[in-house]
Design a protein around this ligand. Structure first.
Ligand code: HEC
Ligand code: HEC
Ligand code: HEC
Ligand code: HEC
Ligand code: HEC
Length: 486
């Protein structure tokens, strides 16, 4: 009996070493598709393609409707053309167990909450009631890409960890391709190799199982293969070019471009200078040593690391709201002058990466508040002030996009699926400025101009968030004071 056990142990030992040797000497590509993905049973609402105009669900002529695509009306696809198990996508925590610095900043970005953000859920629910539950796959393509791929999308969010991931590490870093806007990407999480250990992907940040420990050990021995898999090796153009951002930051619905950040950037001076989206938004810091495990790039400290800081125009929802506000202030320049009772205000976009505002421009509000007092301190002129409900007074200088439906009604709930045309686009162009003139009354003396920002209009607050419009904070980005002398 004894000798047989020894033989078995010896063979297992040799086999183990053999496999290790294979790992070290075979080319990286040998291991690429080691995670076996078992397609799941389709939930009821995934069965059957969506038809244009059927059942009152999708009567709009969406650019993206494709009955052959499981994920339609989203243009998203995956490499196996099937639903994937949640375990296919590594949790952000599992990446964070080594890349702690990047994980921390990602967690403070809206990408980490894009699937669970309350504002999004409210509008999504409204959309589902209006267009039917299957239609929410459109939203999920950009807001909950992992849940879309795992079939956990619906009217209400599922409780699993994978369905709540948002725009995660394991999603972006395993894309095979991006074919255009409107969520047109090809996801391939099998690029994450088995060395993470099947259970290591889903459950463990610190990898307590033996398989997980071996996986982690192997990764450290040969990080080059891992770097390649995560889209930073030779086959890295999707990430490096910023094309990954195009997939979600350019959005056309009913032939109306409701988000155009990518297009704006393409025509900007930043793009011409070779500054990509991540060149600004992932704020390369010089502190590679404090950010990463192997000091990045095979143990060499580097001058530049993509820190995934993100930032943007969200000053309420974003955990980085105060930093975002500072960035906004630095991105715009306010100048004014008065001659012959005419006030001229110039607002310049000094950031130069895209228009301001960009993204959800039907929501973001940038405007001028102008007040003038007479010699006894009474207000004789005002523009851009708020009424009791928080609405900006009619006729003010607002820099934004107004979307209207087929009846010409202004869209006030981010109900973009009703968009029929852009009525007005008065934003500050990238690398440009906008000038507005105000005719002041003759008795005007002290003049104040404020450049103001609000994440959402009072109407959205009242109709969607169900809070008083006046409760949405108004941020001051710049102020100018002068005298009207006659
Ligand atoms: C899978 C879709 C997707 C991809 C890919 C994507 N984004 Fe986003 N991004 C979103 C969504 C959705 C939000 C809004 C989340 C929310 O508020 O619910 C967002 C928000 C943002 C914001 C606003 C953040 C804030 O805190 O105000 C910035 C900036 C941003 N993304 C930049 C980028 C850049 C740069 C890239 C490319 C490296 C990128 N995104 C790739 C979907 C995506
Ligand atoms: C067991 C630790 C570990 C885990 C878990 C891990 N990584 Fe890494 N990662 C590394 C090491 C080590 C390197 C190489 C560091 C170096 O180049 O110095 C690396 C490098 C990278 C790079 C390339 C960096 C460069 O220099 O271009 C990317 C991208 C990356 N990892 C993404 C991820 C993502 C996404 C996940 C989760 C799916 C993940 N990593 C999980 C340890 C880990
Ligand atoms: C929105 C998509 C997106 C998400 C989400 C994302 N990354 Fe990245 N990541 C990128 C891009 C783009 C780059 C830069 C690639 C380039 O320019 O070559 C990058 C670079 C990196 C690098 C290399 C940094 C360097 O400078 O060497 C690491 C490591 C990394 N990511 C890890 C992570 C981890 C860990 C997470 C989750 C906590 C994560 N990423 C989430 C898109 C993303
Ligand atoms: C030159 C630097 C620069 C470049 C390049 C750049 N951005 Fe920005 N971006 C900013 C700054 C600064 C802000 C904050 C001011 C604002 O909201 O417009 C911002 C804001 C945003 C917002 C938030 C808008 C809002 O109000 O909700 C999104 C989304 C965004 N950028 C995405 C992108 C994407 C995607 C790209 C590439 C196509 C890109 N950015 C390229 C600097 C840049
Ligand atoms: C093509 C990608 C894409 C699709 C499809 C999409 N969104 Fe978005 N959505 C975004 C991006 C990117 C942002 C963030 C832009 C910014 O920060 O300015 C965003 C922001 C939002 C916001 C504002 C969140 C905040 O915190 O400020 C809401 C609400 C929202 N989306 C709802 C929806 C709903 C509902 C659907 C489906 C009808 C949908 N979106 C479809 C890309 C998309």
């Amino acid at each position: 009996m004894q000798p047989r056990v020894t033989t078995i142990l010896a063979s297992l030992f040799t086999l183990g070493f053999g496999l290790l040797a294979l790992w070290f000497f075979l080319p990286s590509s040998t291991f690429t598709h080691t995670v076996i993905l078992k397609p799941k049973v389709l939930p009821a609402f995934y069965q059957g393609g969506l038809q244009k105009g059927s059942g009152g669900q999708l009567e709009h002529n969406w650019d993206a409707v494709d009955p052959s695509n499981l994920f339609s009306p989203s243009q998203a696809r995956n490499s196996s053309n099937a639903l994937l198990p949640g375990i296919a996508f590594p949790s952000p925590e599992s990446c964070g167990s080594c890349h702690a610095g990047i994980h921390n900043v990602w967690q403070q970005s809206l990408h980490s909450v894009s699937a669970t953000d309350d504002w999004y859920l409210r509008v999504k629910e409204f959309f589902a009631f209006e267009r039917g539950e299957p239609a929410v796959r459109l939203c999920a393509g950009c807001h909950a890409p992992v849940a879309l791929m795992t079939g956990e999308v619906g009217l209400y969010n599922r409780e699993s960890a994978s369905s709540r991931q948002g725009v995660s590490c394991g999603f972006c870093h395993t894309l095979d391709a991006v074919h255009g806007s409107n969520g047109a990407y090809v996801s391939n999480p099998s690029r994450v190799r088995a060395y993470f250990g099947a259970d290591g992907l889903e459950n463990t940040a610190n990898g307590s199982s033996l398989g997980n420990q071996i996986s982690r050990f192997l990764l450290w021995q040969k990080p080059q293969a891992h770097i390649q898999d995560m889209g930073r090796g030779t086959n890295s153009s999707v990430l490096a070019s910023g094309q990954v951002c195009q997939a979600c930051h350019s959005f056309t619905i009913n032939n109306v471009k409701v988000q155009s950040t990518w297009d704006e950037w393409q025509n900007s001076s930043a793009a011409k200078k070779g500054v990509s989206c991540q060149g600004c938004h992932f704020k390369s810091s010089g502190q590679s040593g404090t950010l990463e495990p192997g000091k990045i790039a095979n143990g060499q400290a580097r001058g530049q690391v993509f820190a995934h800081t993100l930032g943007g125009g969200s000053t309420i929802q974003s955990p980085r709201a105060s930093e975002n506000l500072e960035t906004l202030k630095q991105s715009l320049k306010l100048e004014s002058k008065i001659s012959n009772g005419l006030l001229e205000v110039k607002v310049t976009n000094v950031m130069g990466g895209h228009q301001i505002p960009t993204g959800v421009t039907d929501l973001r509000q940038l405007w001028l508040e102008v007040t003038a007092l007479n010699s006894s301190g009474q207000t004789v002129f005002k523009s851009g002030t708020l009424d009791a409900a928080g609405n900006i007074q009619a006729g003010s200088s607002v820099f934004h996009v107004v979307l209207v439906d087929a009846q010409g009604q202004k869209l006030e709930r981010h109900d973009i699926w009703r968009a029929a045309k852009i009525l007005e686009d008065t934003r500050i162009p990238a690398d440009g400025w906008t000038i507005r003139n105000f005719k002041l009354p003759t008795e005007a003396r002290e003049v104040r101009v404020r450049l103001l920002w609000r994440d959402v209009p009072a109407s959205f607050a009242a109709l969607v968030l169900k809070v008083p419009g006046s409760s949405i904070p108004v941020r001051e980005l710049g102020v100018w004071r002068g005298r009207a002398l006659r």
